[in-house]
Design a protein around this ligand. Structure first.
Ligand SMILES: Nc1ncnc2c1ncn2[C@@H]1O[C@H](COP(=O)(O)OP(=O)(O)O)[C@@H](O)[C@H]1O
Ligand SMILES: [Mg+2]
Length: 330
């Protein structure tokens, strides 16, 4: 994990050098700068005088990491996401909630196989001592930050991270064409052709992630945003280590099949595909590459009644996948 200082150095330079700006709210005598910011749909209340800046974010304002909290975007079980301003940019701040006792068991399943700093930490996490809880919690929050840095570097379309400070992740705002927060995949109606294209793009991202040894673990229509340049995968605190987790195959299948069900509503032929089994099989054999082209057909599924015919079907499907890739410009 990077230190706060190192992470801070990854932030773009702020326009107001030196002095620490302590703007906490939007006021009515709006300076020009605010007028140039994109306007946002009201999917959460504006941060009004009555609404206090959350303590975790106030610290970031005091430290000059962000300049202003614009408004809350969404509050969930695990975290609250806010729209914030940092210099001229609008970003998202994800403030993680402290872990509730009851969610420990579920998380233990995801954290299996995840690397922790040392054996003392690993033993403490396993025992659930108070120190262990703290370690487990830190590991949970850091998992999303680490995954975002790793995936961005590998060219997987996820929000670009801008740092992690005391339980708050600052990341790129995934926006729609008007600069407003992009809708979730489950909130849009798609033409069959677009659904097929999104499915293809998302499968490519899942393959890229798996080739790095990572499985999302909670990939669904709620955790994919639809940006003008295509779907963006978000929400990765539960990212699973594919090689070290006994449940990895099942989690991959659930992720991939969620995509199939969601997009299959618009393009029913997707419902017949078997991408999860195909990519897991390649991964297990050590043959999965970031740009592996898959067919959606899994040979072991079919009966071996006519192996020649089966090979022809697979070759056709592979050819089709290559053509599709070429049409999409690579
Ligand atoms: N980078 C982002 N850009 C735009 N909207 C985001 C971004 N990250 C999260 N959101 C919005 O906030 C919601 C909650 O974020 P998410 O990371 O899924 O946390 P959780 O589901 O654990 O509450 C998302 O469904 C999405 O609408
Ligand atoms: Mg989510």
């Amino acid at each position: 994990m990077l230190s706060a200082t190192k992470l801070r150095s990854r932030l773009p330079q702020r326009s107001s050098q030196g002095s620490r700006t302590r703007i906490t709210r939007r006021t009515h005598d709006t300076p020009d700068l605010y007028d140039r910011l994109p306007r946002f749909r009201t999917c959460g209340p504006a941060l009004t005088e009555a609404m206090k800046t959350p303590a975790g974010l106030q610290l970031l304002i005091d430290d000059g990491v962000i300049d202003e909290v614009l408004r809350p975007l969404k509050s969930g079980k695990e975290a609250t996401v806010y729209l914030v301003r940092s210099g001229h940019s609008t970003r998202c701040a994800k403030v993680y909630r402290n872990m509730a006792q009851r969610s420990f068991q579920k998380r233990t399943q995801y954290q299996e196989g995840r690397k922790v700093r040392g054996s003392r930490q690993a033993r403490a996490m396993a025992k659930s001592t108070q120190f262990g809880r703290r370690e487990q919690e830190a590991s949970w929050k850091n998992a999303e930050v680490n995954a975002l840095y790793q995936l961005t570097a590998a060219g997987v379309r996820v929000p670009r991270p801008y740092g992690y400070f005391d339980g708050v992740l600052i990341m790129e705002l995934v926006a729609d064409a008007d600069g407003e927060p992009a809708p979730r995949l489950g909130e849009v109606e798609l033409a069959p052709e677009t659904a097929r294209q999104y499915h293809c793009l998302l499968i490519q991202q899942v393959v890229r992630m798996l080739s790095l040894g990572l499985i999302h673990g909670d990939l669904s229509e709620f955790n994919v945003l639809v940006a003008p340049d295509g779907p963006v995968i978000i929400d990765l605190p539960q990212a699973v280590n594919a090689a070290g987790n006994n449940g990895a195959k099942a989690m991959l299948a659930r992720d991939v099949n969620n995509l199939r069900t969601t997009l299959g509503r618009f393009a029913p032929e997707l419902l017949d595909t078997e991408f999860a089994a195909e990519m897991w099989s390649l991964f297990e054999q050590g043959e999965l590459l970031p740009d592996s082209l898959l067919t959606g057909i899994y040979a072991a599924e079919a009966t071996a009644a006519d192996p020649d015919a089966l090979m022809l079907v697979i070759e056709d499907a592979r050819e089709e996948a290559i053509q599709r890739q070429l049409r999409q410009g690579g």
